[in-house]
Design a protein around this ligand. Structure first.
Ligand SMILES: NC(=O)c1ccc[n+]([C@@H]2O[C@H](COP(=O)([O-])OP(=O)(O)OC[C@H]3O[C@@H](n4cnc5c(N)ncnc54)[C@H](OP(=O)(O)O)[C@@H]3O)[C@@H](O)[C@H]2O)c1
Length: 336
Protein backbone atom coordinates (compact mmCIF):
# COMPACT_ATOMS: atom_id res chain seq x y z
CA UNK A 1 0.00 0.00 0.00
CA UNK A 2 1.30 3.50 -0.86
CA UNK A 3 0.00 7.06 -0.42
CA UNK A 4 -1.19 9.51 -3.07
CA UNK A 5 -3.02 12.83 -3.42
CA UNK A 6 -6.71 12.67 -4.29
CA UNK A 7 -9.28 15.43 -4.77
CA UNK A 8 -12.36 15.13 -2.56
CA UNK A 9 -15.58 17.13 -2.32
CA UNK A 10 -15.16 19.75 0.44
CA UNK A 11 -18.76 21.04 0.18
CA UNK A 12 -21.62 20.93 -2.29
CA UNK A 13 -21.17 23.79 -4.83
CA UNK A 14 -23.64 26.66 -4.72
CA UNK A 15 -23.99 27.84 -8.30
CA UNK A 16 -20.94 27.64 -10.56
CA UNK A 17 -18.29 25.32 -9.02
CA UNK A 18 -15.67 27.18 -6.95
CA UNK A 19 -12.12 26.04 -6.14
CA UNK A 20 -13.04 25.93 -2.41
CA UNK A 21 -15.64 23.24 -3.14
CA UNK A 22 -12.72 20.83 -3.57
CA UNK A 23 -9.94 19.68 -1.21
CA UNK A 24 -6.66 17.87 -1.83
CA UNK A 25 -6.13 14.94 0.57
CA UNK A 26 -3.55 12.25 1.13
CA UNK A 27 -5.15 8.84 0.63
CA UNK A 28 -3.85 5.29 0.75
CA UNK A 29 -3.77 3.33 -2.49
CA UNK A 30 -4.99 -0.17 -1.59
CA UNK A 31 -3.48 -3.29 -3.14
CA UNK A 32 -5.50 -4.80 -6.00
CA UNK A 33 -7.52 -7.84 -4.91
CA UNK A 34 -8.74 -10.79 -6.98
CA UNK A 35 -10.54 -9.54 -10.11
CA UNK A 36 -9.08 -6.04 -9.65
CA UNK A 37 -6.38 -3.93 -11.29
CA UNK A 38 -4.26 -0.99 -10.15
CA UNK A 39 -4.50 1.77 -12.78
CA UNK A 40 -2.19 4.77 -13.16
CA UNK A 41 -4.41 7.64 -14.31
CA UNK A 42 -3.01 9.59 -17.30
CA UNK A 43 -5.87 11.85 -18.52
CA UNK A 44 -8.94 13.04 -16.62
CA UNK A 45 -12.02 13.89 -18.70
CA UNK A 46 -13.83 17.07 -17.63
CA UNK A 47 -17.57 16.48 -18.10
CA UNK A 48 -20.39 18.96 -17.26
CA UNK A 49 -22.56 16.02 -16.14
CA UNK A 50 -20.44 15.75 -12.96
CA UNK A 51 -21.98 19.03 -11.75
CA UNK A 52 -25.34 17.23 -11.41
CA UNK A 53 -23.69 14.59 -9.19
CA UNK A 54 -22.21 17.26 -6.90
CA UNK A 55 -25.64 18.69 -5.94
CA UNK A 56 -26.97 17.77 -2.46
CA UNK A 57 -29.70 15.74 -4.17
CA UNK A 58 -28.19 14.60 -7.45
CA UNK A 59 -30.76 14.73 -10.25
CA UNK A 60 -28.73 12.29 -12.38
CA UNK A 61 -25.89 9.89 -11.67
CA UNK A 62 -24.33 8.62 -8.45
CA UNK A 63 -24.47 11.35 -5.75
CA UNK A 64 -21.15 12.62 -4.35
CA UNK A 65 -20.95 13.43 -0.60
CA UNK A 66 -18.44 15.72 1.16
CA UNK A 67 -15.29 13.67 1.77
CA UNK A 68 -15.82 11.42 -1.29
CA UNK A 69 -13.12 11.30 -3.97
CA UNK A 70 -14.56 13.14 -6.99
CA UNK A 71 -15.64 10.55 -9.55
CA UNK A 72 -14.97 11.02 -13.24
CA UNK A 73 -14.19 9.28 -16.49
CA UNK A 74 -10.48 8.93 -17.09
CA UNK A 75 -7.92 7.11 -19.18
CA UNK A 76 -5.09 5.21 -17.57
CA UNK A 77 -2.61 2.35 -17.82
CA UNK A 78 -2.77 -0.88 -15.87
CA UNK A 79 0.16 -1.07 -13.41
CA UNK A 80 -0.68 -4.42 -11.82
CA UNK A 81 -3.45 -6.85 -12.70
CA UNK A 82 -5.17 -9.54 -10.64
CA UNK A 83 -7.57 -10.40 -13.47
CA UNK A 84 -6.84 -12.43 -16.61
CA UNK A 85 -8.77 -10.00 -18.88
CA UNK A 86 -6.21 -7.18 -18.41
CA UNK A 87 -2.44 -7.09 -18.31
CA UNK A 88 0.20 -4.61 -17.19
CA UNK A 89 0.52 -1.78 -19.73
CA UNK A 90 -3.04 -2.06 -21.10
CA UNK A 91 -4.82 1.27 -21.69
CA UNK A 92 -8.23 1.44 -20.01
CA UNK A 93 -11.09 3.91 -19.60
CA UNK A 94 -13.40 3.96 -16.60
CA UNK A 95 -14.61 5.98 -13.63
CA UNK A 96 -11.10 6.27 -12.18
CA UNK A 97 -11.80 9.47 -10.22
CA UNK A 98 -9.72 12.60 -9.61
CA UNK A 99 -6.57 10.89 -8.34
CA UNK A 100 -3.28 9.52 -9.62
CA UNK A 101 -3.92 5.83 -8.92
CA UNK A 102 -7.15 3.88 -8.78
CA UNK A 103 -7.93 0.28 -7.85
CA UNK A 104 -10.85 -0.92 -9.94
CA UNK A 105 -12.78 -4.09 -10.73
CA UNK A 106 -11.43 -5.20 -14.11
CA UNK A 107 -14.99 -5.74 -15.33
CA UNK A 108 -15.80 -2.04 -14.84
CA UNK A 109 -13.10 -0.91 -17.30
CA UNK A 110 -13.00 -0.75 -21.11
CA UNK A 111 -9.70 -1.70 -22.71
CA UNK A 112 -8.55 0.63 -25.51
CA UNK A 113 -6.26 -0.22 -28.43
CA UNK A 114 -4.39 3.07 -28.64
CA UNK A 115 -3.41 4.07 -32.19
CA UNK A 116 0.18 5.27 -31.70
CA UNK A 117 -0.27 7.72 -34.57
CA UNK A 118 -3.01 9.54 -32.66
CA UNK A 119 -1.96 9.32 -29.01
CA UNK A 120 -4.15 8.35 -26.08
CA UNK A 121 -6.09 11.53 -25.17
CA UNK A 122 -8.30 11.37 -28.29
CA UNK A 123 -10.07 8.35 -26.76
CA UNK A 124 -11.71 10.67 -24.21
CA UNK A 125 -12.80 13.12 -26.91
CA UNK A 126 -13.37 12.63 -30.63
CA UNK A 127 -12.92 8.84 -30.33
CA UNK A 128 -14.66 8.57 -26.96
CA UNK A 129 -18.01 9.38 -25.46
CA UNK A 130 -18.23 12.95 -26.88
CA UNK A 131 -17.43 11.78 -30.42
CA UNK A 132 -19.93 8.93 -30.16
CA UNK A 133 -22.57 11.29 -28.80
CA UNK A 134 -22.01 13.66 -31.73
CA UNK A 135 -22.12 10.92 -34.36
CA UNK A 136 -25.21 9.23 -32.95
CA UNK A 137 -27.07 12.53 -32.45
CA UNK A 138 -26.70 13.21 -36.16
CA UNK A 139 -27.88 9.68 -36.96
CA UNK A 140 -30.90 10.20 -34.69
CA UNK A 141 -31.90 13.38 -36.57
CA UNK A 142 -31.16 11.94 -40.02
CA UNK A 143 -29.43 15.25 -40.80
CA UNK A 144 -28.96 15.33 -44.57
CA UNK A 145 -27.31 17.47 -47.24
CA UNK A 146 -29.03 20.84 -47.52
CA UNK A 147 -30.44 20.79 -43.97
CA UNK A 148 -29.70 23.76 -41.75
CA UNK A 149 -28.32 22.36 -38.49
CA UNK A 150 -28.01 24.53 -35.37
CA UNK A 151 -25.64 23.26 -32.67
CA UNK A 152 -25.46 24.79 -29.18
CA UNK A 153 -22.08 24.85 -27.38
CA UNK A 154 -20.72 24.11 -30.86
CA UNK A 155 -17.09 24.62 -29.88
CA UNK A 156 -17.34 22.16 -26.96
CA UNK A 157 -16.39 18.50 -26.74
CA UNK A 158 -19.56 17.10 -28.30
CA UNK A 159 -20.42 20.23 -30.28
CA UNK A 160 -17.20 20.55 -32.28
CA UNK A 161 -17.40 16.95 -33.48
CA UNK A 162 -21.11 17.27 -34.29
CA UNK A 163 -20.43 20.47 -36.23
CA UNK A 164 -17.65 18.86 -38.28
CA UNK A 165 -19.67 15.71 -38.98
CA UNK A 166 -22.70 17.76 -40.03
CA UNK A 167 -20.49 19.68 -42.49
CA UNK A 168 -19.18 16.38 -43.88
CA UNK A 169 -22.84 15.37 -44.46
CA UNK A 170 -23.31 18.49 -46.59
CA UNK A 171 -25.45 20.34 -44.04
CA UNK A 172 -25.39 24.10 -43.53
CA UNK A 173 -24.05 24.38 -39.96
CA UNK A 174 -24.73 27.25 -37.58
CA UNK A 175 -22.76 27.12 -34.33
CA UNK A 176 -23.79 28.84 -31.10
CA UNK A 177 -21.38 29.98 -28.41
CA UNK A 178 -21.30 32.62 -25.68
CA UNK A 179 -17.59 33.28 -26.32
CA UNK A 180 -16.20 35.44 -29.14
CA UNK A 181 -12.96 33.42 -29.21
CA UNK A 182 -14.91 30.19 -29.62
CA UNK A 183 -17.11 31.69 -32.35
CA UNK A 184 -13.99 32.87 -34.20
CA UNK A 185 -12.53 29.38 -33.94
CA UNK A 186 -15.71 27.78 -35.32
CA UNK A 187 -15.68 30.07 -38.34
CA UNK A 188 -12.01 30.33 -39.16
CA UNK A 189 -10.70 26.88 -38.20
CA UNK A 190 -13.66 24.49 -38.43
CA UNK A 191 -15.23 26.37 -41.36
CA UNK A 192 -18.82 26.57 -40.10
CA UNK A 193 -21.29 28.48 -42.28
CA UNK A 194 -22.31 30.92 -39.53
CA UNK A 195 -22.01 31.47 -35.78
CA UNK A 196 -24.16 33.31 -33.25
CA UNK A 197 -23.97 34.41 -29.65
CA UNK A 198 -26.60 32.49 -27.69
CA UNK A 199 -26.88 35.12 -24.92
CA UNK A 200 -29.50 37.23 -26.72
CA UNK A 201 -32.21 34.66 -27.52
CA UNK A 202 -34.62 37.13 -29.16
CA UNK A 203 -31.97 38.39 -31.60
CA UNK A 204 -30.88 34.82 -32.27
CA UNK A 205 -34.41 33.72 -33.09
CA UNK A 206 -34.95 36.63 -35.50
CA UNK A 207 -31.64 35.97 -37.26
CA UNK A 208 -32.33 32.26 -37.66
CA UNK A 209 -35.74 32.99 -39.23
CA UNK A 210 -34.19 35.59 -41.57
CA UNK A 211 -31.65 32.99 -42.68
CA UNK A 212 -34.32 30.49 -43.70
CA UNK A 213 -35.12 28.69 -40.44
CA UNK A 214 -33.74 25.55 -38.82
CA UNK A 215 -34.21 21.91 -39.85
CA UNK A 216 -32.18 20.20 -37.12
CA UNK A 217 -31.34 21.49 -33.63
CA UNK A 218 -28.90 19.71 -31.32
CA UNK A 219 -29.64 21.19 -27.91
CA UNK A 220 -27.37 20.71 -24.90
CA UNK A 221 -28.29 23.98 -23.18
CA UNK A 222 -32.07 24.20 -22.72
CA UNK A 223 -33.91 27.17 -21.19
CA UNK A 224 -34.35 30.43 -23.12
CA UNK A 225 -31.97 29.31 -25.88
CA UNK A 226 -34.08 26.23 -26.54
CA UNK A 227 -37.20 28.37 -26.85
CA UNK A 228 -35.46 30.80 -29.23
CA UNK A 229 -34.46 28.05 -31.64
CA UNK A 230 -37.78 26.22 -31.25
CA UNK A 231 -39.59 29.28 -32.56
CA UNK A 232 -37.27 29.34 -35.62
CA UNK A 233 -37.78 25.71 -36.65
CA UNK A 234 -38.96 24.82 -40.14
CA UNK A 235 -41.90 22.41 -40.62
CA UNK A 236 -40.92 18.75 -40.07
CA UNK A 237 -37.79 19.85 -38.19
CA UNK A 238 -36.01 17.58 -35.71
CA UNK A 239 -34.80 18.57 -32.24
CA UNK A 240 -32.69 16.35 -30.02
CA UNK A 241 -32.34 17.37 -26.38
CA UNK A 242 -29.22 15.82 -24.90
CA UNK A 243 -28.29 18.20 -22.05
CA UNK A 244 -29.58 21.29 -20.21
CA UNK A 245 -26.36 22.92 -19.04
CA UNK A 246 -28.07 26.28 -18.44
CA UNK A 247 -29.73 24.61 -15.43
CA UNK A 248 -26.81 22.53 -14.09
CA UNK A 249 -25.74 25.19 -11.57
CA UNK A 250 -29.16 26.09 -10.23
CA UNK A 251 -30.74 24.32 -7.30
CA UNK A 252 -34.39 24.82 -8.30
CA UNK A 253 -36.40 22.93 -10.89
CA UNK A 254 -34.81 22.77 -14.38
CA UNK A 255 -35.89 25.64 -16.66
CA UNK A 256 -39.17 24.85 -18.37
CA UNK A 257 -39.11 24.27 -22.10
CA UNK A 258 -40.97 26.30 -24.72
CA UNK A 259 -44.29 26.11 -26.47
CA UNK A 260 -45.49 22.62 -27.35
CA UNK A 261 -47.85 24.38 -29.77
CA UNK A 262 -44.82 24.95 -32.05
CA UNK A 263 -44.27 21.19 -32.08
CA UNK A 264 -47.84 20.57 -33.22
CA UNK A 265 -48.05 23.48 -35.63
CA UNK A 266 -44.82 22.54 -37.45
CA UNK A 267 -45.09 18.74 -36.96
CA UNK A 268 -41.66 18.68 -35.28
CA UNK A 269 -39.96 15.59 -33.93
CA UNK A 270 -38.52 16.23 -30.46
CA UNK A 271 -36.57 13.51 -28.68
CA UNK A 272 -34.35 13.01 -25.66
CA UNK A 273 -30.98 11.30 -26.07
CA UNK A 274 -28.57 9.46 -23.77
CA UNK A 275 -25.53 8.02 -25.53
CA UNK A 276 -25.44 4.97 -23.25
CA UNK A 277 -28.73 3.76 -24.74
CA UNK A 278 -27.01 3.21 -28.10
CA UNK A 279 -24.14 0.90 -27.14
CA UNK A 280 -24.86 -1.53 -29.99
CA UNK A 281 -23.97 1.25 -32.47
CA UNK A 282 -20.64 2.15 -30.83
CA UNK A 283 -18.33 -0.21 -32.79
CA UNK A 284 -19.44 0.97 -36.24
CA UNK A 285 -19.57 4.64 -35.18
CA UNK A 286 -16.09 4.42 -33.65
CA UNK A 287 -14.70 2.78 -36.79
CA UNK A 288 -16.02 5.67 -38.90
CA UNK A 289 -14.75 8.30 -36.46
CA UNK A 290 -11.32 6.66 -36.37
CA UNK A 291 -11.10 6.70 -40.18
CA UNK A 292 -12.11 10.37 -40.27
CA UNK A 293 -9.52 11.35 -37.65
CA UNK A 294 -6.82 9.23 -39.30
CA UNK A 295 -7.48 10.80 -42.71
CA UNK A 296 -7.52 14.34 -41.28
CA UNK A 297 -11.14 14.99 -42.29
CA UNK A 298 -12.12 15.30 -38.61
CA UNK A 299 -9.94 17.74 -36.65
CA UNK A 300 -9.21 16.75 -33.05
CA UNK A 301 -9.79 19.78 -30.83
CA UNK A 302 -8.44 19.50 -27.28
CA UNK A 303 -7.89 21.86 -24.39
CA UNK A 304 -5.40 20.14 -22.08
CA UNK A 305 -4.58 21.33 -18.54
CA UNK A 306 -1.46 20.02 -16.82
CA UNK A 307 -1.39 18.31 -13.40
CA UNK A 308 -3.91 17.17 -10.80
CA UNK A 309 -3.67 20.59 -9.13
CA UNK A 310 -5.28 22.20 -12.20
CA UNK A 311 -8.32 19.91 -12.11
CA UNK A 312 -10.86 22.00 -10.13
CA UNK A 313 -10.13 25.04 -12.33
CA UNK A 314 -10.38 22.93 -15.49
CA UNK A 315 -13.78 21.63 -14.38
CA UNK A 316 -15.08 25.09 -13.44
CA UNK A 317 -14.02 26.42 -16.86
CA UNK A 318 -16.72 24.25 -18.49
CA UNK A 319 -19.27 26.71 -17.10
CA UNK A 320 -17.31 29.83 -18.03
CA UNK A 321 -15.07 30.52 -20.99
CA UNK A 322 -13.03 27.41 -21.80
CA UNK A 323 -10.94 27.37 -24.96
CA UNK A 324 -12.49 25.29 -27.77
CA UNK A 325 -12.51 21.50 -27.69
CA UNK A 326 -12.53 18.64 -25.25
CA UNK A 327 -11.30 19.76 -21.82
CA UNK A 328 -8.84 17.30 -20.28
CA UNK A 329 -6.29 17.20 -17.46
CA UNK A 330 -2.99 15.42 -18.18
CA UNK A 331 -1.33 13.77 -15.16
CA UNK A 332 1.91 12.72 -16.92
CA UNK A 333 4.95 13.55 -14.71
CA UNK A 334 2.63 15.10 -12.11
CA UNK A 335 4.55 15.93 -8.91
CA UNK A 336 1.43 15.48 -6.72
N1 LIG B 1 -27.02 12.94 -23.46
C1 LIG B 1 -25.81 12.43 -23.56
O1 LIG B 1 -25.62 11.25 -23.78
C2 LIG B 1 -24.64 13.37 -23.39
C3 LIG B 1 -23.33 12.92 -23.61
C4 LIG B 1 -22.27 13.85 -23.48
C5 LIG B 1 -22.55 15.16 -23.09
N2 LIG B 1 -23.86 15.53 -22.86
C6 LIG B 1 -24.21 16.90 -22.50
O2 LIG B 1 -23.80 17.70 -23.58
C7 LIG B 1 -23.45 19.01 -23.13
C8 LIG B 1 -22.06 19.38 -23.64
O3 LIG B 1 -21.12 18.51 -23.04
P1 LIG B 1 -19.59 18.64 -23.42
O4 LIG B 1 -18.84 17.60 -22.68
O5 LIG B 1 -19.48 18.71 -24.89
O6 LIG B 1 -19.21 20.06 -22.76
P2 LIG B 1 -18.57 21.34 -23.46
O7 LIG B 1 -19.49 21.76 -24.56
O8 LIG B 1 -17.17 21.05 -23.82
O9 LIG B 1 -18.58 22.45 -22.33
C9 LIG B 1 -19.75 23.06 -21.94
C10 LIG B 1 -20.06 24.32 -22.76
O10 LIG B 1 -21.43 24.67 -22.56
C11 LIG B 1 -21.59 26.07 -22.63
N3 LIG B 1 -22.22 26.54 -21.37
C12 LIG B 1 -21.76 26.34 -20.12
N4 LIG B 1 -22.60 26.89 -19.21
C13 LIG B 1 -23.60 27.44 -19.92
C14 LIG B 1 -24.78 28.15 -19.58
N5 LIG B 1 -25.10 28.41 -18.30
N6 LIG B 1 -25.59 28.58 -20.57
C15 LIG B 1 -25.29 28.33 -21.86
N7 LIG B 1 -24.18 27.66 -22.26
C16 LIG B 1 -23.36 27.21 -21.30
C17 LIG B 1 -20.20 26.68 -22.81
O11 LIG B 1 -20.01 26.87 -24.21
P3 LIG B 1 -19.98 28.33 -24.92
O12 LIG B 1 -19.15 29.21 -24.05
O13 LIG B 1 -19.39 28.07 -26.25
O14 LIG B 1 -21.38 28.80 -25.02
C18 LIG B 1 -19.30 25.56 -22.31
O15 LIG B 1 -18.01 25.61 -22.82
C19 LIG B 1 -23.59 18.97 -21.61
O16 LIG B 1 -24.86 19.47 -21.29
C20 LIG B 1 -23.47 17.49 -21.29
O17 LIG B 1 -24.08 17.16 -20.09
C21 LIG B 1 -24.89 14.66 -23.00
Amino acid sequence: MSAQTAIVLARHPQGVPHLDDFRFEQRNVPDAGDGEVLVEVRYLSMDPFLRLQLAPSASMGRPVRPGDVIPGRALGRVRTSRDPSLKTGDWVIGDLGWQRFSVMAAQSLSRIDVDDGLGPSVYLGALGSPGLTAALLLEATQAAAGDTVVISAAAGAVGNVAAQLARLRGCRVIGLSGSQARRDYLLSVLGLDAVHDHRDPAALSATLVERGGVDVFLDSIGGALHDAVLSSMNPLGRIVMYGFISGYNSSGKPASYGSMMEVLRKRLTVSGFLVGDHASLFPSALKQLHELVRSGRLTVVENIHQGLGATPQAFASLFDAAPPGKTLVCLDDDPL
